[in-house]
Structure formats: C-alpha cells, structure tokens
Design a protein around this ligand. Structure first.
Ligand SMILES: [Zn+2]
Length: 268
C-alpha cells in the first residue's frame, strides 16, 4: 500500500517540477516568471491551464503542441518526473525513519525541496550554457546545509562532508585558474558534500569522476566529443552526489570490507 503522504509528495513534486521548467527556460528573465503566462516556444500560442498539467498534458498530447503540432522539449516531462521522484525519496528518507519530531522533519524536508529544485535547475543550466548562475549555487548551498544539519544531527558531519567534497575540486580549479573547471563548480562541490555528509563525501567524489570519465570516454569513442571539448562537469557532480546519498552507506561498507577495515574505525 502506498501511503497518502507519498502520493501527496509525488503530486507536489510534479507541480514543483513544472515550476522548475519555467525557471530553467526563462532564468535570464526570471522576474517575469510570475507575471507571464506560458506560451509554446514554436508558435507563441498562449497555453491554457489544461496544456500545462504536469506530465499528463505531455502524455495526452503525445509530446506535441496542441496548436502547431511541433514537438515539446523532452526536458519538460523529464524535469517533472525527476522532481517528483526525488521529492518522494527525500520525503520517505526523512519521515519513514521516525527519528525526527515533526518540526525538525519539516525543516529537513524544506531544505531537501530547495536542494532538489536548485540541483535540477543547475543541472540543465550547466548542460545548456556550461556555466552556473551564482545565485543558484548559493540557493543550493543554503538548501543542502539546512537539510544536512537537521538530517545528520551533527555539525561536524556536515562540515566534514562539505570540506571533503570541496577540497579536491578547489585544488583543481584554483591552480589551473579555472581552465578545467570554474568557480561555480567549487560552490556546488561544497553544497553537495554537505548534502551527502561524511564519509559519503568520498563516495560522492569517486562516483563523480567515474561517471564523468565513463561518459567522457563514451563521447570521445562515439566521436561526439574531442579531448579538448568542454564537457559540463556539474551534471556529473549532481549524479555522483545522488549516488552517494542513496547508496553511499552500502558502498562505504562494501569497500572497507574489501580492503579489510571494519566500519567503526571511521565512525560511519
Ligand atoms: Zn505550438
């Protein structure tokens, strides 16, 4: 049986995702977000409320604009579904553990919602523009730190996660004067390190470079990229952080077992 709270979290996530789509699409004119109604990017037709129902409109319209039949970007359903899935998973992590009193649980959940929103917007912004808006990086940092401080209930854990996450990225960025990665990457690494905590921040770094390396090799092998092509790095960090958050404990235990160190040594 799916619990009522989970269904509400899912629906909230879909609606939140459709708001994020507007933010991604119109970030540079974001003050107008609340004023303007949405319009088709091809025919500029103003969309009605029934064209804007998250996920359902996309599915019932077969992925095409009702008015001009041009395809609607895949970004819309993907963002809506990712937001819904992540909100549900964070909701369950926070409220199913039963260890939080309601006010604390709500506080952690607000942090998680802010973090999920910022992660999704940053993911697509970096993908399209190869840069991260400063404001978004700071919003992510505020969301992940708020979540982390409540969820792990240890300032030391949050601080260590943040430091382990940011140190290697800063060591790459500053000596190279931003040639390989930018300062935006440093802020995001700090925020994601706080999100996953310690010792999972190590898993975050390893998964980021594994996923990035794998993707880069595939892109070069399929001739989609050359060695010098700028590949946006932030999406890999976000994927790496999610891997670390959801499976970090298992991966740390498995790895330490493999090299023969019991987990209590590092206080996991
Ligand atoms: Zn249209």
């Amino acid at each position: 049986m799916v619990e009522v709270g989970t269904i509400i979290a899912f629906i909230f996530g879909l609606v939140f995702g459709s708001f994020l789509n507007v933010v991604i699409y119109r970030y540079d004119q974001w003050l107008s977000i609340l004023k303007d109604r949405s319009a088709c990017t091809h025919c500029k037709q103003q969309l009605r409320w029934y064209d804007l129902v998250p996920l359902l409109s996309y599915v019932t319209l077969g992925g095409k604009c009702r008015y001009c039949r041009k395809p609607i970007s895949w970004q819309y359903p993907v963002v809506e579904l990712s937001a819904a899935a992540l909100i549900v998973v964070f909701y369950n992590r926070i409220f199913e553990s039963g260890i939080f009193t309601l006010p604390l649980g709500v506080l952690a959940f607000i942090g998680a919602i802010v973090a999920v929103g910022a992660m999704i917007v940053i993911f697509f912004h970096d993908l399209y523009e190869q840069m991260v808006p400063d404001l978004m990086a700071y919003i992510l940092l505020v969301g992940t730190v708020l979540f982390s401080v409540v969820y792990y209930d240890s300032l030391l854990n949050t601080a260590l996660g943040l430091l382990v996450g940011v140190a290697p990225i800063a060591l790459i960025v500053y000596p190279s004067k931003g040639k390989w990665m930018g300062e935006g990457d440093v802020k995001i690494a700090a925020a994601l390190g706080a999100l996953v905590g310690y010792p999972n921040a190590f898993v975050f770094l390893v998964s980021t470079f594994l996923v990035g390396g794998l993707f880069g090799s595939l892109a070069i092998a399929s001739k989609q990229a050359k060695l010098k092509t700028a590949i946006p790095f932030v999406p890999f960090m976000i994927v790496g952080a999610l891997i670390a958050f959801f499976w970090g404990d298992q991966l740390v235990t498995w790895y330490l077992g493999l090299i023969g160190i019991p987990t209590y040594v590092i206080g996991s």
